[in-house]
Design a protein around this ligand. Structure first.
Ligand code: MN9
Length: 293
C-alpha cells in the first residue's frame, strides 16, 4: 500500500486564546500551508501537541480537517497514543473521515515488550482500510525500535513505511536499502538535505507549516543535481530553525503564523510563550525573507 505525495507538513493544532481547540482555525491554517506547495498534512502528531489533548479533542480536530481538506491534499492522521483503545478509536474515525493514511508512535510511557508493540500496531491497522506509517521519534517517545524490528513490522502489507525523526542517516539508508518497496519520510527538518542526498521518499516536519516551499525546493534541487541550490535552501531553513530553538519550536512557529494573520493561538501549557528577545530575532528573520505582511 502506498501513500501519495512526498512532502507533508506536520500540522500545528489551532487553539483559541484561552487554550481551547479552535476548529474555526483549521481552514485558514490548511490554506496557508497548502499555498506553499506541500503534498499534504500530517495531523495530531508531536507538532500538533496531541499528547496535550484529550481523545475527544483529537477526534474533533481530525473530523474538521477531514471534512475541509480530504479532497484538497493527502491527509495523514497520527493516532498514536499510550493506549491501544484510544489509537484504535481515532484510526476508525480517520477512516470514516476520508483520511488517506494513518501514522502512530509506539505506545509510550510504560516500557512495553516488542510483542506488545506489534499487537498495538496490528490493532490499529485492523481498525481501518488505511495504510499505516510507523512514527519513529525516539527522542520524544522514549521508544527506539531497532532496525531489525522495524523491518519485521514493515513485513505487514498494510504498513507502508516509516516517518523517521532521528539523526542517524546510516540507519535511514540501511532501512531504505532493506525495504525498497516501503516509503521513508525524514522528520528532522534541519538535516533534510542529508536525507535527500542519501535518498528519501520525502519529509514530514514542523517547520513545513511556515516554509514548506523550502523543503519542496530541496527535494527538487537534489533531483536535478543542483547542490548549490539545495544547500542554499537548507541554510535558509536552518537560519530559521536556529531561531526557533530559542523561541521554542512550536511556540515560535505559532507566533510566526499568528503574525502572518493565520490564527493558530498559543501552545498549551506547560509550553510557555517565547521571550521578547527571541521574538525579535524571529520577526527580523521573517522580515528579511518577506514573510511579514
Ligand atoms: O517530527 C519534528 N521533530 C520533533 C518532527 O519535534 C523532535 C521536527 O519537525 C522538528 O520540530 C524540527 C526542528 O528541530 O526538525
Amino acid at each position: 500500500m502506498k501513500v501519495s505525495g512526498s512532502i507533508f507538513a506536520a500540522m500545528l493544532t489551532p487553539f483559541n486564546a484561552d487554550g481551547s481547540l479552535s476548529t474555526a482555525g483549521v481552514a485558514p491554517l490548511v490554506d496557508y500551508v497548502l499555498s506553499k506547495g506541500v503534498d499534504g498534512l500530517y495531523a495530531s502528531g508531536s507538532t500538533g501537541e496531541s499528547v496535550l489533548q484529550s481523545r475527544d479533542e483529537r477526534a474533533a480536530l481530525l473530523s474538521e480537517l477531514g471534512d475541509y481538506a480530504r479532497d484538497k491534499c493527502t491527509l495523514i492522521a497520527h493516532v498514536g497514543s499510550a493506549s491501544t483503545d484510544e489509537a484504535v478509536s481515532l484510526a476508525k474515525l480517520a477512516g470514516e473521515k476520508g483520511f488517506h493514511a494513518l501514522s502512530a508512535v509506539p505506545p509510550f510511557y510504560y516500557k512495553h515488550s516488542y510483542s506488545d508493540i506489534v499487537d498495538y500496531y496490528k490493532a490499529i491497522v485492523d481498525a481501518s482500510e488505511l495504510p499505516l506509517i510507523i512514527y519513529n521519534i525516539p527522542v520524544l517517545s522514549g521508544v527506539d525500535i531497532p532496525t531489525e524490528k522495524l523491518l519485521e513490522l514493515l513485513g505487514d502489507d498494510r504498513i507502508a513505511g516509516v516517518k523517521f525523526t532521528a539523526q542517524d542517516l546510516f540507519q535511514f539508508g540501511e532501512l531504505r536499502k532493506a525495504a525498497p518497496d516501503k516509503s521513508f519520510y525524514f522528520g528532522t527538518d534541519e538535516m533534510f538535505l542529508g536525507a535527500a542526498a542519501v535518498g528519501t521518499d520525502g519529509g514530514i516536519g514542523s517547520t513545513y507549516n511556515l516554509i514548506g516551499d523550502v523543503y519542496v525546493g530541496i527535494q527538487n534541487a537534489v533531483a536535478n543535481a543542483d547542490m548549490d541550490e539545495a544547500r542554499r535552501l537548507q541554510r535558509k531553513a536552518n537560519d530559521l530553525i536556529a531561531i526557533l530553538f530559542k523561541t521554542g519550536v512550536l511556540p515560535g512557529l505559532k507566533h510566526a503564523l499568528n503574525r502572518l494573520g493565520v490564527p493558530v493561538g498559543p501552545c498549551r501549557k506547560p509550553f510557555s510563550a517565547p521571550s521578547t528577545e527571541s521574538i525579535k530575532l524571529l520577526e527580523a528573520w521573517m522580515d528579511e525573507h518577506k514573510l511579514l505582511r
